[in-house]
Design a protein around this ligand. Sequence first.
Ligand SMILES: [Zn+2]
Ligand SMILES: [Zn+2]
Length: 439
Amino acid sequence: MVYCRECGELNRDGANYCLKCGSPLRGSEGEDTRPQPARMKAGPRTITLTASDDTENLGRLTPEILRMDNETLMKCNDEIKELVKKRRIRRGDFEGSMEELMAEIRSRLEALSGELRALSPQLLRVTVEIDRSKPDVKITTSLDKDRMEGYLEKIKSRQLSDQSLTTPSWRDLCPVCREAPLTPFPKRRVPGRSKRNMRCSNCGAVFIYKGNGYLLSRVSDKNTRAWRLYGGKTLTEEEWTRIANGGVSNELQREIQRKRDIEERRRDIEGWLKSAAEGNVTFREPQTPIILRKNERAVLVLHNIDLYEPRAVRRTAGGYGGPTIRVSKNLSFRMGALNAISESRDELRRIDTGTLTLTTRRMIFTGTKRTTNIDLRKVLAIQPYTNGIAVQRENKKRTEHFLNTEKTLLNITHSGRTHTVPADGAVMKAVIEGLIRKL
Ligand SMILES: [Zn+2]
Ligand SMILES: [Zn+2]
């Protein structure tokens, strides 16, 4: 029998770890094995297992590393659950079975030391509740929440402070595998060259010094994200350092930002159109020669607008059909009959060019030949086009098309952001709908 130095529990001969508290039993190494005052309790006992290594590497802690370490911990957690499931409890040897199980769990926990990049292996705790009287065992795993929150705080505060002061240089952390430092090569400085190439012995990454930066020329596994993004590219040391710390290159950053801007603009315009159609958008009142009525305000003035209306056209088209047969060098004639097509159909015809004024009550087109006054209450439908709108209204057979509206640019504001957008059909339709709604 071996006494535990930590808690005084009496353990089986040859046991490596204390069954009660999980401490290593070092009796076999000739250390103190004198009986300690035993604090053995009857009934269920609880043993907490953690890795012996409490090393944390806060210098490497980035959101990305935290995410990876968290995944590692979850994987370990799952594997321990699997160990518990697989473990058979031998009849008549409950103690022995428990000890083997705990040894397995412990060695799995110890393996975390080599797997975690920044977090302490002691973050994962396994609690073993043993009831020898039944016998029964209950195993639960948990993460040290306080400590995890501490890591999150650390990342947050670091993101606020100057990055370059706290994050490791790419020379200390390979940007490709982010697991090992780089080493310069060749061994000796090349005369006339201020810097040497760099390589990673862990992932085979080779960075060739190019004067303005370093070219990632080789890796052993081309299936990695880093190679796909940066293989064959020359980036500055600042960029490689950012990548080593979970960031991206300048080019990629710009690309991401550009996509974000486009998406943000799209969402803002969509939101603006919606609130415009609900009548919740106001415009600074523009100058207009139109004489406004009582309680009428000008909303938009668009110049160089073409008014198109459908007109019936009669068209006759004549021509020869059929293949040409060449009889001799100088003589050829066509087969088939002469076709004459006569049809009547509507064709959009430009009627006039002028100014379209939108007020809170009317749409007024003032052209060189014609002036049209449309009461918004009489508008039945508006069809939006990329370059304008078609308006159908009561007591007017022909649909009026106001085109070229998109040549006028509007500044719209949504969610506190201002965008310049062409007054295309969608914008015009939304504004007019909103005005009609507020009549
Ligand atoms: Zn013990
Ligand atoms: Zn590497």
